[in-house]
Design a binder for this molecule. Structure first.
Ligand SMILES: Cc1cc2nc3c(=O)[nH]c(=O)nc-3n(C[C@H](O)[C@H](O)[C@H](O)COP(=O)(O)O)c2cc1C
Length: 320
């Protein structure tokens, strides 16, 4: 997630078993071949086995509309060691769409196909090319055509964010539409959108019929969501709700990782950004956010979160 989930966040979110793979923030492709440093900035894991420190693979995501430029940059990514290239046809940002990127291609399935086919021709014999779409731009009438276009272009897997671009992030996510798409495709289809809890996970799976789901904001709101799902699948047992101390420990670890490269001021706002995601689903996080949102000093912020001396037992959650 652009501006939100970087390599440090991926590291923290994959420390406990839960995720099978992760995707970088998008690398914006316009025309020229981007220099290696751009790829390494988005995906520092390129120099570390292209996995998170705990061994979860990282796919590199490209966003653009020009098939030739996407192909050239996919080649560059491959040369730098990428193990999978994901193409973003879901971004709803006005600026991105105005420049003809992200979800704007969903208005014409032929363009989705051309982009995927060009990248597949460039790297598809070496590494998988995957794609991410929404259900459409303003309506869902082209949802299946866009999905088929990605498959025909050579995508090895398709993630479907179960909303149109115009629906933004507004609930509900239309998981049953992901099921319609899945039934017509041969490649694996992954359901995405509004999975915040184990119950949502199960509903999304049931309505879409997909074996796999992709988590976005839900994993930030509850860093134990993926482990919670994994644990339940493996044992049928439900983990207890994530206690505040465990969340605070994640934020403290995040601050320590970010401080190795970023100034205190930037780290302070990143911590507040993550806390803002947590507060959507947690009353204690909401209370702390309200009390701390104007604090601009990192030490005071961490103290206010109660994570000056993180509790070691926060690493594990008890069973419910
Ligand atoms: C701030 C923000 C940044 C995002 N950046 C990306 C991105 O770079 N690439 C991408 O494929 N999706 C991106 N997304 C979309 C999410 O990956 C996901 O598809 C969407 O939020 C719906 O899933 P969720 O309800 O689980 O969050 C972003 C979403 C948000 C809110």
């Amino acid at each position: 997630m652009e501006g939100v989930i970087d390599a440090h966040t991926r590291d923290l979110l994959t420390r406990r078993p839960g995720f099978d793979w992760t995707v970088t923030e998008f690398v914006r492709v316009v025309d020229a071949r981007l220099p290696p440093r751009v790829f390494r900035r988005h995906c520092p894991e390129l120099d570390a086995g292209v996995t998170t420190p705990s061994g979860v693979p990282v796919a590199l995501q490209l966003l653009g509309s020009d098939p030739g430029a996407l192909a050239t940059n996919a080649e560059q990514a491959l040369r730098l060691g990428a193990i999978a290239v994901d193409l973003n046809f879901g971004c709803p940002a006005k600026l991105v769409n105005r420049h003809d990127g992200g979800a704007s291609l969903l208005r014409d399935p032929r363009r989705v196909r051309a982009a995927v086919a060009a990248v597949h021709a460039a790297v598809g014999s070496e590494i998988p090319v995957t794609a991410k779409i929404r259900l459409g731009f303003s309506h869902r009438r082209l949802a299946l055509d866009c999905a088929r276009a990605a498959e025909d272009g050579g995508a090895a897997q398709l993630v479907v964010h179960a909303r149109t671009r115009d629906e933004g992030y507004r609930p509900p996510a239309h998981w049953e539409w992901v099921g319609r798409i899945r039934r017509h495709l041969r490649i694996p289809v992954v359901a995405n959108g509004d999975i915040w809890s184990l119950e949502d996970y199960w509903k999304a799976r049931t309505l879409s019929g997909c074996r796999d789901v992709m988590l976005g904001r839900g994993a930030l709101a509850d860093p134990w969501l993926a482990p919670r799902i994994r644990h339940w699948l493996a044992t049928g047992e439900q983990l207890a709700a994530t206690p505040w101390q465990a969340r605070a420990k994640v934020l403290a670890d995040f601050a320590a990782l970010q401080r190795t490269t970023l100034p205190e001021r930037v780290v302070t706002s990143l911590i507040k950004q993550w806390l803002n995601h947590m507060r959507q689903r947690d009353a204690e996080a909401a209370r702390r956010f309200q009390a701390l949102k104007r604090i601009n000093d990192l030490e005071t912020l961490l103290a206010g979160l109660g994570c000056k001396e993180p509790e070691p037992e926060c690493n594990d959650l008890a069973l419910a």
